[in-house]
Design a protein around this ligand. Structure first.
Ligand SMILES: Nc1ncnc2c1ncn2[C@@H]1O[C@H](COP(=O)(O)OP(=O)(O)OP(=O)(O)O)[C@@H](O)[C@H]1O
Ligand SMILES: [Mg+2]
Length: 333
């Protein structure tokens, strides 16, 4: 096992809304080692982006607040780090590719200016040297004629190129961790594959650890080593990718896999998971997945089960594992 870079422990983030405060993520924990590629999957609203943003201290406060947990990185708990330290970490040691490329590229500056500025924010280096590095980066992310592209504005680039430019900015300071939030959703399949291959190369060339957030289980199967499955703000299963596909232990994961198209299923034989994700204000008592679960039994109402051992590196939050007997706890959700 490679050296551990990041340990996330019990991360819990809430938001204030008109109807009151709700927990967008609850008790999220995972480890990330050098060169790991960890996938985070789950339906829309399950808390994938909030997890990444919480790690980097980018949750807007108000309405958001991290209410519990630790993010241990390079000897620090980032949740307690100073603003100055967080500015160093962000973009320098841990970089993020955001879900919305246009929201993180500034339309009034050229792509080159934005890369040069990021490099010079983190390193004492002259403009010429930073520009040379920027050209090299654009080349590395597969942008043709990089010296010319450097002086173009984001609107002059195609969607695929913008996404590559964002990756170039994210890589500009050789981060040890890259948080990639749906980096390819808006792109066509060919470009999607090129960008994912690029992320794979980075892991091989620089031992960069990648957290790949996606709702595409096909992408997960192809590019990821280990997977966290999130449901309604909680991690419900964690597994090495082969184990997840071969023997999913949480009924939600099973449902996700059944709803995934494959070469030998007809589109009309796909089974969608019945029902919808509960509103965070109306979580059922006990297990959050219970109302949609084909295996639900009375004991599922008692408490939201913790992650239970399901084999090497494999855990799932389902009482069917090891005949777990949930005990009602005072204040248990
Ligand atoms: N700034 C915010 N203010 C209020 N609520 C928020 C904010 N950001 C996220 N949320 C809520 O937190 C929950 C988790 O959202 P999140 O964006 O993490 O979902 P996601 O898994 O990334 O979904 P998607 O696949 O659609 O990107 C949702 O209920 C969302 O509405
Ligand atoms: Mg998201």
């Amino acid at each position: 096992m490679s050296a551990t870079l990041l340990q996330v422990r019990g991360l819990t983030t809430s938001f204030r809304a008109e109807a009151g405060r709700f927990e967008a993520i609850k008790d999220v924990s995972f480890d990330l080692g050098e060169g790991d590629v960890l996938g985070i999957v789950g339906e829309s609203g399950s808390g994938k982006s909030v997890t990444a943003l919480s790690i980097l201290g980018l949750i807007p406060d108000p309405p958001g607040r991290i209410t519990a947990g630790q993010v241990l990185f390079a000897g620090d708990d980032l949740l307690k780090a100073s603003r100055r330290r967080m500015r160093q970490v962000r973009g320098g040691e841990i970089a993020m590719i955001f879900q919305e490329p246009m929201s993180s590229l500034n339309p009034v500056f050229t792509v080159g200016d934005q890369i040069v500025e990021t490099i010079r924010h983190h390193e004492r280096i002259g403009v010429r040297a930073a520009r040379a590095r920027a050209i090299d980066l654009l080349d590395r992310v597969g942008i043709a004629i990089p010296a010319q592209r450097l002086d173009e504005y984001p609107h002059q680039l195609s969607g695929g190129m913008r996404q590559r430019a964002m990756i170039a900015i994210a890589l500009s300071c050789n981060p040890s961790i890259l948080l990639a939030d749906e980096p390819t959703t808006a792109l066509d399949v060919t470009i999607q594959a090129q960008i994912l291959d690029l992320l794979k190369d980075l892991r091989e060339d620089f031992r960069t650890a990648v957290v790949l957030i996606t709702h595409d289980l096909g992408v997960v199967a192809q590019y990821v080593d280990r997977v966290l499955v999130m449901y309604a703000g909680r991690v419900v299963e964690e597994a090495p990718v082969e184990a997840l596909y071969a023997s999913p232990q949480h009924p939600y994961t099973e449902g996700l896999l059944k709803s995934m198209p494959s070469i030998d299923t007809d589109a009309d034989r796909l089974q969608a998971i019945p029902g919808t994700v509960p509103s965070p204000f109306e979580l059922p008592p006990g297990c959050r997945f219970r109302p949609r679960c084909p295996y639900a039994r009375d004991a599922c109402d008692v408490a939201d089960p913790p992650l239970l051992d399901a084999g090497p590196g494999h855990a799932a939050a389902c009482i069917r594992l090891n005949d777990y007997q949930p005990a009602a706890r005072a204040g248990a959700a």
